[in-house]
Design a protein around this ligand. Structure first.
Ligand SMILES: C[S@@+](CC[C@H](N)C(=O)[O-])C[C@H]1O[C@@H](n2cnc3c(N)ncnc32)[C@H](O)[C@@H]1O
Length: 181
């Protein structure tokens, strides 16, 4: 009877830990789910990530996209708010051959300065995309690429997309020249 109770409590604790890990950050923008490797490769290919890029992964999770972009020669910053994933990312960075090109920051991505990014990679929930859109519009430099898995940037027309994989690529346009400029 005591063993049963112990097993029950252990199961409960494991379920609570898993729920926290996957859904704890939901209120801040997105729960955790890694981008599948095949999709990540397609995102990198569509955005043509290369050695001259400054990549930001907003909501870096466990780093699949971060280290893939670094492997292309880019400088990459992974922004993650959830402490366990942040610690995992730091550990993964310290073991990575690309560590010199990777920065991991614990930060709320809605406060991240996007002005130096040439590429932004995201796999987030629609509400987060809606909140990030004005930041993309005001902070990203012309020519910057935003590549998103699963959810498009609301109201934007993709420059390229891969519908079966649900990958959307946007290239930030130059601000229109008006008489006031
Ligand atoms: C769906 S996962 C994507 C992980 C990774 N980018 C990938 O594609 O494999 C979303 C990640 O965003 C993180 N996240 C959610 N809200 C955030 C916020 N406000 N600031 C930073 N990270 C956030 C979550 O903790 C989670 O790890």
């Amino acid at each position: 009877m005591e063993t049963l109770l112990l097993l029950y409590l252990l199961g409960l604790a494991l379920a609570a830990a898993a729920a926290y890990f996957f859904f704890g950050s939901f209120v801040l923008g997105a729960g955790y789910q890694p981008t599948p490797a095949r999709v990540a490769r397609r995102m990198v290919e569509l955005a043509q990530v290369g050695p001259h890029d400054e990549v930001l992964d907003l909501g870096a999770g466990t780093g699949g996209l971060v280290f893939l972009c670094a492997a292309q020669g880019a400088d990459v910053t992974g922004v993650e708010v959830e402490p366990l994933r942040f610690l995992f990312l730091r550990l993964r960075r310290s073991l990575s051959p690309y560590r010199a090109r990777v920065r991991i920051v614990r930060e709320n991505m809605f406060r991240t300065d996007l002005r130096r990014a040439t590429v932004v990679v995201v796999f987030l929930w629609p509400g987060a995309m809606e909140r990030l859109k004005p930041k993309f519009e005001t902070e990203l430099p012309p020519g910057a690429r935003v590549v998103s898995y699963w959810h498009p940037v609301p109201g934007w027309t993709p420059d390229q997309e891969d519908p079966p994989l649900r990958v959307y690529l946007y290239v930030k346009k130059e601000a229109p020249v008006t008489g006031e400029n």
